[in-house]
Structures are given as C-alpha cells and as structure tokens.
Design a protein around this ligand. Structure first.
Ligand SMILES: Nc1ncnc2c1ncn2[C@@H]1O[C@H](COP(=O)(O)OP(=O)(O)OP(=O)(O)O)[C@@H](O)[C@H]1O
Ligand SMILES: [Mg+2]
Length: 253
C-alpha cells in the first residue's frame, strides 16, 4: 500500500499476507506508525489498496463491507445519544426498523452487564464501560468478522485485564472471527490463536506466532514459561529491524 502526496509517495504496507479462519482470534502487533490501522481500513473496504486484494470465503468482493464490524482506533460514542441509541446505530444504518434495532441493543447491553445503563449518556459511564458499549455496537453491526483497532489502548492495566477476559467470553459465546490490533505483547499472546508481528514501515510480517496454549487463559497465564517463550520470540522480532520498539534512530557505528 502506498500513500501519495505532493511531497512524494510513502510505502506503508508491503508483501503483507495475513489470514483469519472461522472463529479464530488473530492479533496484529507492531510499532506505532507501521501501518496497522491502514491495514484494517483496507480490510474494511474504506480505502482501496494500491496492490493486492482482500478475500472473504475465497471471494474478493465488496460484499464484505457489510460483513465486517469495525471498531476504529478512536471510536467514540456519540455524546448526545443514549448508550442504547449508540449501540443500535449499526443496525439502524443497515436499514433495520428503529424499534427493532433498539430492542436488539438493549438485549446485547443486558448480556454485557450494561443493561441498567441503556438510557444513560456516554459521559455517565466509566472508561471500561464505554469501551464495552462501543464493542457491543460493533458486535451488533456485524457478527461474522470483527476488526478491533486497539480497543483497550486507553484503559488502565487492571481494567484492561478484565476487559480481555470479558472479550474472550463474548467471543467464545459467538461465531465471530476477530482481527485485533494492539501494541501490548502480553495482550496479543493471551488473546490470540495467532499473532502477526509486523516490522516498521513499510510493514511486512516479521514473524507469525501460532499460540497453542489451552483456553480458557486466566490472567496468570502470563507467568508461565510457555507464555514467556512466545513473548521472547515476539520481542526479539520487535527489536530487530530499525530499532522498532524505540523508534528508528540507530547509532551510526
Ligand atoms: N490517508 C493517509 N494519507 C497519507 N498517509 C497516511 C494516511 N493514513 C495513514 N498514513 C500514514 O501511513 C503510516 C501508517 O499509519 P497507520 O495509522 O496505519 O499506523 P498504525 O500502525 O496504525 O500506528 P499507531 O500504532 O500509532 O496507531 C503513517 O506514516 C501515516 O502517516
Ligand atoms: Mg493505528
């Protein structure tokens, strides 16, 4: 993928080949600015790649646009709408009758422990609750393929661990295939069946980790030797290339 501007052409993604199977949880881990959100924008059909294609069930067609639920990196709830109205939005946009969409929203909010907040406004919720509501909206918009771009990036560590457990429960209860972007190595390994570790821009896949650890995976799984070996491998690849974890400045020698 290249972005062109009057200043020139910037290559962002190169030789990128990733896949997600039915009901798989796949993470994309990579340094800031390498092209992760761009990759999701391409998969969701928001931008056209300069080369390459996206296929769903072997078919390369724009029909996937309705099949993908996309929670963007700074996905905000609309402050002037109630939580239920926010969650119902995806369905309303798809043409469902408003009352039916609102009923579905209330049902999913109940399931996600937010039932009593359905008629509140987003600013009356905690950060974790807001992210859960935004995820509920994404799930309700499309249940087959979910693209989640750093959904827990702004949360404190404890809330983040709880949200991971919650997301795993929600996912296991569904048929969804999830593609998940994160900067957090532990989060990627704990959640995923497979982790693609990307290089700096132009991003390509540095290593693919097939995470074979059994589920369910409690918080403490990060303390096991098996977890540590996946983490070491991911970190080794993030450290190679142009000093990916710490920016691109390298000593001259
Ligand atoms: N529409 C655009 N036009 C031109 N350049 C863009 C555009 N969108 C993104 N870029 C550039 O592409 C590169 C990758 O951006 P992207 O947002 O995909 O990175 P990212 O990996 O998601 O970063 P972060 O982890 O910080 O969210 C950046 O250098 C960015 O400036
Ligand atoms: Mg991004």
């Amino acid at each position: 993928m290249n972005f062109s501007s009057p200043m020139g052409t910037a290559a962002v993604l190169q030789d990128m080949n990733i896949s997600v199977g039915h009901h798989e949880f796949v993470s994309v881990l990579g340094p800031s600015g390498c092209g992760k959100s761009t990759l999701f924008n391409i998969i969701a059909g928001l931008i056209e790649p300069s080369e390459g294609k996206v296929t769903v069930d072997g078919l390369s067609d724009s029909g996937r646009i309705g099949q993908c639920g996309y929670m963007m990196q700074r996905d905000l709830l609309m402050p002037w709408k109630t939580v239920a109205a926010n969650v119902a939005l995806g369905r309303i946009v798809k043409g469902y009758p408003r009352s039916e969409a609102l009923n579905a929203a209330r049902k999913i909010l109940d399931r996600y422990g937010l039932g009593e907040y359905a008629d509140h406004y987003p600013n009356q919720l905690s950060g974790g609750m807001r992210q859960r509501a935004a995820l509920a909206r994404t799930f309700l918009a499309a249940e087959e393929i979910l693209l989640l771009d750093e959904p827990f990036g702004a949360l404190d560590n404890l809330t983040r661990l709880r949200m991971q457990s919650w997301l795993l429960d929600v996912w296991q209860d569904s048929e969804a295939s999830i593609l998940f972007i994160t900067h957090d190595v532990d989060e990627a390994i704990r959640l995923s069946d497979r982790v693609y570790v990307l290089t700096e821009r132009p991003a390509t896949v540095a290593v693919t980790l097939e995470v074979g650890m059994e589920r369910p995976r409690p918080y403490e799984i990060v303390l096991t030797p098996e977890f540590a070996s996946y983490k070491t491998e991911a970190l080794n690849h993030l450290h190679t290339g142009a000093g990916a974890l710490f920016g691109s400045e390298q000593p001259d020698s």
